[in-house]
Design a binder for this molecule. Structure first.
Ligand SMILES: [Mg+2]
Ligand SMILES: [Zn+2]
Length: 271
């Protein structure tokens, strides 16, 4: 508890230094932040790069990837890429080492630590996979800040890393906005149902991609969505603004994301 208090104070000082408006006492910030669920997309949001493409590019798979891309669904393609790595004699440890080279913006690390220290409930919902996400978050020391990670399952099978779809592809999830392996809207609906049983909470959803529109449309008036500027989610929101009930806060880079998210955690007008 002492450590949590200390971190909250540090983040508070960071806020003041960052020029954000701080008009409430630290205790009140803690109380408000406790009602906030923050949901991050992973690729091009929490990390600036795309973890699948990072592995393909940095482990010499670009040519095979381009060859197979038109013929296979994404999860199957990634599973094939990992099979190829095993054939080439690359271990799961080699893949982990490659993943640890992915940069993560220090302001995003800082805001995640602050939000966690302030009592927010942090989650990741991503179409990457459990192994990539866990490896990267652990590497940056923020894995334990998250209460839940929802992504495509990954297992190590006789030394080979394998990726499987989150939903059973054989029985369609019935959402035409999302790829067959994962409907993020269904995940958000489950989170909303578990939250409203206790008390009214605010959701902040942060994302960039086409598959972040479905969960965005599930958000309520008191919620916030943070689309990355000039990326597909941002474009979709601009075109369908009448369908989006949540307040929209756009961001461009890790510095923006860190600043705006901290400001939202301090906003007093929650309903
Ligand atoms: Mg993304
Ligand atoms: Zn969907």
């Amino acid at each position: 508890m002492g450590q949590i208090k200390k971190q909250a104070q540090i983040s508070f000082r960071q806020l003041e230094q960052g020029g954000a408006t701080v008009t409430v006492a630290a205790g009140e910030v803690l109380k408000m932040a406790g009602k906030t669920v923050i949901i991050f997309d992973f690729d091009r949001t929490l990390i600036d790069d795309d973890s699948d493409r990072w592995v393909i590019t940095n482990m010499g798979l670009t040519q095979l990837f381009n060859q197979l891309l038109p013929t296979l669904p994404w999860n199957t393609l990634m599973d094939m890429m990992l099979k190829e790595l095993q054939i080439q004699g690359k271990t799961v440890n080699d893949i982990a080492k490659c993943l640890k080279g992915i940069p993560l913006h220090p302001d995003i690390v800082a805001v995640i630590k602050s939000a966690h220290a302030l009592g927010c409930d942090l989650k990741v919902v991503s179409d990457a996979n459990m192994f990539y996400i866990k490896t990267i978050l652990e590497h940056y020391g923020i894995y334990n800040c998250f209460s839940e990670i929802t992504s495509n399952p990954a297992v190590v099978d006789s030394g080979r890393l394998r990726i499987f779809p989150y939903h059973n592809i054989a029985s369609s999830h019935g959402c035409n906005l999302c790829p067959p392996n994962l409907c993020k809207g269904r995940v958000i609906a489950k989170i909303q149902a578990s939250v409203s049983e206790n008390e009214s909470k605010r959701i902040i959803y942060i994302g960039d991609g086409k598959n972040d529109l479905c969960p965005t449309l599930k958000l309520d008036e008191g919620d916030c969505v943070m689309p990355r500027m000039n990326f597909p989610l941002w474009n979709s929101i601009s075109k369908n603004s009448e369908l989006v009930k949540a307040k929209v806060y756009e961001w461009g880079n890790g510095e923006d994301l860190g600043r705006i998210l901290l400001q939202l955690l301090n906003s007093t007008n929650q309903s």
